[in-house]
Design a protein around this ligand. Structure first.
Ligand code: NAP
Length: 333
């Protein structure tokens, strides 16, 4: 089978497509014939050895896949050959066939395409866990989303609306803000795309306050970091919750005096670890997400697809800040 492989640490240009042996199912495993692979920011990090996990090389990136069960190993119950399923292996997904533990696969509803299914779990799973379990976002509260047109950001916009919040979307271009408004955001603003000095940060904080309303944001969803964090923290309301999700713009330092003055909680979000620590809560969240999809409240937006041979270009486009919603790699075998 064909596999996209990282053989040396580096950017997407270092990835190669090679023929490797097909996997065979061990006891308790299923083999998925992969149809689509969701691309996420961690794919840009893992191939450069900059992610929380460092798999042994050669390895394939690709954290989440959708496909059809092609074979089942000994002792597998509840999953059958021919089932349409999602799996979130973390890496290893940019291949034609993938072995995963049977108990980890999630069935795909009949009405959901493989592309949508491959684009749902990492982003909506992360943002639902962040907003529901970590921030305990309530209906009527104001949610400010930074990077609101990216993968997890767009999911946070949709989920924030589904949970009854007033959502303010912030992003670096007009097209991105428009996209977030189409997803349901109530209000939007464009922020500078490059580094900011103190004066520019102060100005941005004022814009955040104007856009969120007189009292500021109850919850900030920050999957961007860098110079955007300080202005967002300054635009928070009393008892606000600041969600630390990711740092494509750099790891910021926050002035802790601000958290005291506004009684703000700074809350770390590590969805992958939470899934491993509490699989039951994860399964319950997945069921709720599937119900929201069935009710038409959420829908992963796939703005661009690439074939498997061009998976490196897909990862580069995402790393270059070009993604609106999700980028997906499709696999023809
Ligand atoms: N904590 C968790 O459990 C968890 C789970 C999944 C992902 N994440 C993290 O969440 C972040 C977003 O992931 P994603 O898959 O949603 O990525 P994505 O689709 O690429 O979105 C990232 C957004 O960050 C903004 N950005 C600002 N400065 C950037 C820069 N220098 N380079 C690239 N983007 C920049 C971009 O929006 P603008 O152009 O509008 O600024 C972009 O849309 C990543 O750091 C990822 O590791 C965390």
């Amino acid at each position: 089978m064909r596999a996209v492989l990282s053989k040396t640490p580096g950017g997407p240009e270092t990835l190669v497509v090679e023929d490797v042996l097909d996997p065979t199912p061990k006891a308790g495993e299923v083999i998925i014939e992969v149809k689509a692979v969701g691309i996420n920011y961690p794919d840009t990090l893992i191939i450069e050895d900059k992610y929380q996990f460092r798999p042994e090389r050669p390895f394939s990136p690709g954290a989440e896949v959708a496909g059809v069960v092609e074979a089942v190993g000994e002792g597998v119950k509840g999953v059958r050959k021919g089932d349409r399923v999602i799996a979130v292996p973390g890496w290893g997904g940019l291949v034609e066939r993938l072995a995963v533990r049977a108990e980890t696969v999630i069935p795909i509803p009949d009405v959901m395409s493989f592309e949508e299914a491959a684009a749902l779990i990492m982003t909506h799973g992360t943002s639902y866990y962040a907003l529901k379990d970590r921030a305990q976002l309530k209906a009527g509260e104001t949610l400010l989303v930074l990077g609101a047109a990216g993968g997890v950001g767009a999911a946070a916009v949709e989920l924030g609306k589904a949970m009854g919040a007033k959502v303010v979307a912030a992003a670096s271009t007009n097209d991105k803000v428009e996209f977030a408004l189409e997803l349901g955001a109530d209000n939007g603003l464009i922020y500078p795309s490059g580094p900011m000095d103190k004066a520019a940060q102060k100005e941005l904080s004022g814009e955040f306050k104007l856009a969120t309303g007189r009292d500021g944001a109850d919850v900030v969803y920050d999957a961007v970091g860098g110079d955007y964090a300080d202005p967002a923290l300054r635009a928070m309301d009393w008892n606000g919750r600041y969600l630390v999700v990711g740092f494509p713009a750099g790891i910021p330092s926050l002035p802790l005096n601000l958290t005291l003055l506004k009684s703000v909680s700074v809350i770390g979000v590590f969805w992958g670890a939470a899934v491993m620590r509490d699989p039951k809560a994860h399964a319950a969240n997945m069921a709720e997400l599937m119900q929201m999809y069935a009710d038409g409240k959420i829908r992963p937006r796939v703005s661009k697809t690439f074939p498997l041979e061009k998976a490196g270009e897909a990862i580069k486009a995402l790393g270059d800040r070009q993604a609106l919603g999700k980028i997906v790699v499709t696999v023809e075998s």
